[in-house]
Design a protein around this ligand. Sequence first.
Ligand SMILES: NC(=O)c1ccc[n+]([C@@H]2O[C@H](COP(=O)([O-])OP(=O)(O)OC[C@H]3O[C@@H](n4cnc5c(N)ncnc54)[C@H](OP(=O)(O)O)[C@@H]3O)[C@@H](O)[C@H]2O)c1
Length: 345
Amino acid sequence: MTRAAIIGAPGYAGVELTRLLLGHPSFEITLATSNAQAGRAVTDMYPSLGGLTSLVYTEPNLEHIAQMADVAFLAVPHTAALEIAPQLLLAGLTVIDASADYRLKDPEVYERWYQVAHSSDELLERAVYGLPELDRSTLPGAQLVACPGCYPTATLLAAAPAFEAELVAGSRAFVDAKSGVSGAGKTPSASTHYPTVNEAIQPYKVGTHRHTPEIEQGLSIAAGHPVSVVFVPHLVPMSRGLLATVYLDLIEPMSSDEAVELYRERYANEPFLTVHPAGRMPSTAEVRGTNRAHIGVTVDRTGVLVAACVIDNLVKGTAGQALQCANIVYGYEETAGLLIPAPVV
Ligand SMILES: NC(=O)c1ccc[n+]([C@@H]2O[C@H](COP(=O)([O-])OP(=O)(O)OC[C@H]3O[C@@H](n4cnc5c(N)ncnc54)[C@H](OP(=O)(O)O)[C@@H]3O)[C@@H](O)[C@H]2O)c1
C-alpha cells in the first residue's frame, strides 16, 4: 500500500479526497491534517464517513507527515502550498497539489494574478500539469503534480479538441461558466451565504477571475499559438457541479455531426469522458459525485461551434482528478477508486 497524507483534510477538497481514498485498493490514508480540527475524529466532523475510518485529524507537522506518508495530497489554499510543497519534496515525498500554486508556468503571470511573488521558478518548471485527457505523458513518476482548477478543467476539455485540430478562427475563445457554491470552499462568506446565492444567479469576477490565465495557458498549448479568453463565471444555486460552455468561430463551416465525430475521435480512449450525440447537451446531474466529464458539441445556425462540458467541481474538478493523476504517477490502474456512478435522482 502507498501511504497517503491529506493536508487540509476537513476542507471540501480534502474530505472528497478522504471519501475517494478510503475506497482505493492501493492508497492508505495514514494522516489527515488540520489546524482547526486537530484532535477531532474525522467521522465526528463528517458522519457520512461513519464506519469507514477511525482517523483523527492531526496538526500539519512537516516531520510527522514525512515519517507517515509517501505521497501528500495538498488540499490547502493557494500560497499555503508554496510553503509546504518544497519541504515535502525535499523529504522525498510525492506531492499532488490541488491548489493554484504550481499551475502557471510563468512566475510573473502567477504574481500578477495572485498578487504574491512565486518562491520557486525551479519547482514551477518541474511541476506537471495534471489534466490527463490532454497530456498524461509526463505524469508517470512525477514528483510534483499541479492539479488544474475546476473551471479550467471543464473549459479545456470543451475547447482543446477544436484548437488542436486548428478549426478555430482567430485566437480568442468566449467562455460562459457556472459553478456550484462548494467551488468557493468550506468557509462561508457574504457572497456565498445561502440567502445571497439561493434563487439567484450573477456573473462575478468578469475579466479578473484567477482561472483566466490558466485557461489561456492550456488553450495556447492546444492551439500552438497564444490564445486569449473572455471568461464569464457565475455561481449557481447548487452545492456541486460545474458547466463550462465555449463559443468558437470556425475557419471553415462544419456540421454538428462532424464536430461530434472529431471530439469522439479525440477522446476515444478516455475512461472518464463521454461525448454526447449531436443535438444532446450534458447536465451536471449526469456527473454528480463522479470523476466524469460529459461534453455536448453543436455547430449552431450562425456557424459558431458551441461545446459544453459538465463536471463535478469537487471530483473531476479537484479530488478525483488528483487521484486520477496519482494513479498514473504510481502506475496503478488510472480508474482505480474512481469508477463510481452518479445517482440518477
Ligand atoms: N472547492 C473546489 O471546488 C475546488 C476546485 C478545484 C481546486 N480547489 C482548490 O483546492 C484547495 C482547497 O479548496 P477547498 O475548497 O477544499 O478549500 P476549504 O474548504 O477552504 O479548505 C481548505 C483547507 O486547508 C486548510 N488550511 C488553510 N490554510 C492552511 C495552511 N496555511 N496550511 C495547511 N492547511 C491550511 C484549512 O483549514 P484547517 O487546516 O484548519 O483544517 C482547510 O481544511 C484550494 O487551493 C482550492 O483552490 C478547490
